[in-house]
Design a protein around this ligand. Sequence first.
Ligand SMILES: Cc1cc2nc3c(=O)[nH]c(=O)nc-3n(C[C@H](O)[C@H](O)[C@H](O)COP(=O)(O)OP(=O)(O)OC[C@H]3O[C@@H](n4cnc5c(N)ncnc54)[C@H](O)[C@@H]3O)c2cc1C
Ligand code: SF4
Length: 450
Amino acid sequence: MGNPKAFLTIPRQEAGYRPIHDRIADFGEVEQTLNTGERKLQASRCMDCGVPFCHWACPLGNRPPEFQDALFRGKWREAYEILTRTNDFPEFTGRVCPALCEKSCVLKLSMDAPVTIREDEAAIIEAAFREGYVVPRTYPRNGHSVSVIGSGPAGLAAANSLNRLGYAVTVYERMEMVGGLLRFGIPNFKLHKPIIDRRIRVMEAEGIAFKTNSEIDLTSLPEGFDAYCVCTGTPQARDLAIPGRDLKGIHFALEMLAQQNRVLAGQTFSREERVTARGRHVLVIGGGDTGSDCIGTSWRQGAASVTQIEIMPKPPVGDNPATPWPQWPVVLKTSSSHEEGCTRRWSLSSTRFIGHGGRVAGVEVEEVEWLPAADGGRPVMQPTGRKEVIQTDLVLLAMGFLRAELPALPPNAFVAGDAASGASLVVRCIASGRKAAADIDKYIRSRQEK
Ligand SMILES: Cc1cc2nc3c(=O)[nH]c(=O)nc-3n(C[C@H](O)[C@H](O)[C@H](O)COP(=O)(O)OP(=O)(O)OC[C@H]3O[C@@H](n4cnc5c(N)ncnc54)[C@H](O)[C@@H]3O)c2cc1C
Ligand code: SF4
C-alpha cells in the first residue's frame, strides 16, 4: 500500500458516462476513462485491509489490494499479471461487472465511497493490450483433448484454462460468431464487440480451435475427446402467457437486442423481420438488467417514449437493512440507460394485451401488493383490483430466463456457466468455466493414474 492515508484526502472519482445527448446518438460505449494520473490516485485509495472483503465478494477471488498497489506505483505490467492470475478476461468484467467487490469494500461501509475497483481493472487490461503485454503464449501439450460446447464467457474461460493446462481445445458454437451473450445479448454501448474479437485472436493464436455455425446435439456428443465442457447458457426466455400474447409487436428482449448487435456487425434484415423501436411507444416488462438494456437500445433506435414496469415492489433507495454490508445491497439501481429517460413503475402485474388491427395497442395492468409470508418466506402477491391500461405499440418481454434442461450427460461431461446455475453474471460464468476446467483436469488425471 503506497499511501496509507490517501482514502482520507482523495475522493472517489468515477470516469462517468458520455453526455446523454451525445451517447444516445450512437451505439458506442457510454463509459469514459480517466487519465493515467487520476487512475493511479484512485488506486492509491485502497487501504489494503487486513481482511479484504473484496476478495470474498468477487466470484473469481480477484485480489484488488494487490493490483491497486502495483497500479499506484505505476507498475502496470505487474498489475496486469496479478489481475490475470485470477481473471481470464478483465476487459469483459471491467466493463460489465456490477462490481460485487465494490459493495463489500470497507470504504463503502465507512464513507460510501469504495475504491473504483472495476474501472481500475478495465484500465489495467486496456494498458496491457496497448503496451503489448498481452501476447499469445505457447503451453506444452499433454496429449489430451477437450471439447467446449458454447462460447459465452463460461465456455471461453473453460477453453482458456484447459488450453493453458495443455489440452487441445475445440470450442463449438451454434451461432455465426463466438461470444454468447457477450456478443448477442449485451448491447454494444456497454461492451464494444471488437473487444471480444481482440481476445479471440489471442486465444486462437494460442491454439484454441473455434467452430462456429456448429450446433452440437447434447445427446450425442462429438467423438474423439477425452472430456466435454457444456456451456450452453439459458436460451429459453420466460414468457408471459396472458390473453393477446399472439398480437404483433410483442417480442422477447433478446429478439431486439441480438438483432441490433447483428445490425451493428453489418447484417441486414427485411422490414418484416426487423424489431425496432423507431417511432414506437415502448413498454418493457421486467425491471432487471435486460430490461434496462432494452431501454438504452430503444432510445438509440428512435423510440417515441419508453416505460418499464416491474411486478415486484420498488426496492429501497440508498441502503437496505435486509442486505447489510458486506452483502450485495438489494436497492434501487439506476443504470446509464435509466438516466437516458424512462418512466419506471413497480408492483404492476400484466393481465392482458390489448390489440388494434392485429397489433398490440396497450397492456392492461393491475396494481399488486406484496404481503409478508406467514412462514417468513417469499412475500405473497395480492391483486388489488386496481386496473389501468398502458398505451404501447411495442412490448419487450424482459422477465428473465428459464433454467436450462439438459439431457443426461456422460461422466466425462461437465456443465458450467448459466447452464449450470441459471441466468447469472459474466463474472460468475468466468469463475464457473475456470472451475469446470480444473474439475476436467482432475478427472482426466485420475483416469490416467488408474
Ligand atoms: C441482455 C443481457 C444483458 C446482460 N448484461 C450483463 C451485464 O451487464 N453484466 C453481467 O455480468 N452479466 C450480464 N448478463 C448476463 C450474462 O451475459 C450471462 O450470465 C452470461 O453471458 C452467461 O454465460 P454462459 O457462457 O453461461 O452462456 P451464454 O453467454 O448464454 O453462451 C452460451 C453459448 O452457447 C451456445 N450454444 C447453446 N447451445 C449450443 C449447442 N447445442 N451447440 C453449440 N453451441 C450452443 C449459444 O449459442 C451461446 O453462444 C446479461 C444478460 C443478458 C441477456
Ligand atoms: S470481476 Fe467484478 S467483482 Fe471481481 S474484482 Fe472485478 S469488478 Fe470486482
